[in-house]
Design a protein around this ligand. Structure first.
Ligand code: NDP
Ligand code: MG
Length: 380
């Protein structure tokens, strides 16, 4: 069970919910990091008294320094600051709640120090999951998923004797705000339409990924890496109610599912308290008042990002890093209203076609695929 915690991305959706969970647990917070949100970080420092804080830029770090009294924590910035927070001596657990590939090196740094990772930052697993798992194994470090579907699978696998018992895992998918719409209707949707998720309140990048179904594609790859499964053993069903968080089917035909209200504090808390379970501020699920549970197949024609991610999952190597890097930039451009909804899959596919493929990449080759994919998208 976690005693001392470092949170990478504490000002974001997962970061804030992690702190909400921590308020109810005997856990000390030793390090916090953020991008540029100085106001929110100043509030968090005043409440949680970390020894180390890091911001993404020098300007933000200086602005924070001016906001805090003399007894302020050590304030760092940039990748060095993120790495210092990830590897900080006192922490036994690091919650990786930054968005995007920027989380990769810090995750590896924490694992090399044998720390438990509460893994929210799925882009890291998509780009370099094999390397991350190898590093965890070599250092005896645990990776406990925070992503609700992967936490559900983690829970369904508790007590299972080995992968040979697993027939497949089934990730559930809310379908996002555009479920049931046609390609014609979707051609003109805007960022604001995409940001209206029916069941979850999350950061902007993942919310757009849910609208394109890229999020579910990233999660297929995340599940393959975390549970060492081939792509054909990871299925996806649309489940609009977000009550069943995912399922495991075993070879004898038994199927286990994890159910609960859609509240990220449940998987976040388990990542901190595992192998224990304790009271949670989230409310319980009332089966008698919850809506009927429905399941449907995803439509890869209307949501090509899902098909692209499935293809990258089969290809492996640097294909996943190229896809992820391109998607990060394409989503950012969509959020800035520079491109349309279907430009996202088009640009991602273009970048994947342009980036040379490496089958068993080193960390450097993964970072290079990411860099090249971003360059292709930025130019077009
Ligand atoms: P948010 O956008 O809400 O938060 C991102 C956090 O990262 C913020 O603290 C932000 O700081 C910080 N950050 C942004 N850019 C940088 C940077 N360049 N360097 C360092 N820190 C940076 O995202 P979410 O909390 O929604 O998601 C975080 C991760 O968790 C993602 O990988 C997402 O896919 C995953 N996830 C999220 C879920 C959710 O419910 N939100 C569910 C499952 C997975 P600042 O506030 O200053 O910008
Ligand atoms: Mg998820």
């Amino acid at each position: 069970m976690t005693q001392v915690l470092s949170i990478l991305g504490s000002t974001g959706s997962i970061g804030r919910q992690t702190l909400d969970v921590v308020r109810h647990l005997p856990v000390k917070v030793v390090a916090l990091t953020a991008g540029t949100n100085v106001d929110r970080m100043a509030e968090q420092v005043a409440e949680f008294h970390p020894r180390l804080v890091s911001m993404a830029t020098k300007d933000a770090a200086e602005a924070l320094q001016r906001r805090l009294p003399m007894s302020a924590p050590e304030i760092l910035w940039g990748e060095d600051g993120l790495l210092a927070a990830a590897a900080i001596d006192e922490a036994d657990t690091v919650i990786t709640a930054v968005v995007g590939m920027v989380g990769l090196r810090p995750t590896l740094a924490a694992l090399r120090r044998g720390k438990r990772i509460g893994l929210a930052n799925k882009e890291t697993m998509v780009c370099a999951g094999e390397l991350v798992m190898e590093t965890a194994r070599a250092n005896g470090a645990d990776i406990i998923p925070v992503d609700s579907e992967h936490s559900a699978i983690f829970q369904c696998l508790m007590g299972s004797r080995g992968r040979e018992e697993v027939k497949r895992v089934i990730l559930t998918c809310s379908g996002g705000p555009f479920f049931g719409m046609t390609r014609e209707a979707l051609a003109h949707v805007t960022r604001d339409d995409a940001l209206r998720h029916p069941n979850w309140k999350m950061g902007e990048k993942i919310t757009v990924d849910c609208a394109t179904l890229m999020n579910k594609g990233l999660e297929v790859i995340e599940a393959m890496r975390l549970y060492e499964l081939p792509p054909e053993q990871v299925d996806v069903v649309i489940h609009r109610q977000s009550i069943v968080h995912s399922l495991v089917e075993f070879v004898d035909g038994a199927m286990l599912a994890q159910l609960g209200v859609p509240d990220m504090r449940i998987p976040i808390q388990l990542a901190l308290t595992y192998p224990n379970r304790v009271d949670n501020p989230a409310s319980g699920l009332d089966l008698l008042s919850c809506p009927p549970l429905t399941f449907a197949a995803p439509d890869p024609e209307v949501f090509p990002c899902f098909a692209i991610a499935r293809a990258a999952a089969r290809q492996g190597g640097t294909a996943c890093a190229a896809m992820n890097g391109a998607n990060e930039v394409a989503v950012e451009r969509f959020l800035r209203r520079q491109i349309g909804f279907y430009d996202i899959p088009d640009l991602v596919q273009r970048a994947m076609d342009a980036v040379p493929f490496v089958k068993d990449p080193t960390l450097e080759q993964i970072l290079e695929a990411d860099r090249l994919a971003r360059a292709v998208i930025s130019e077009n």
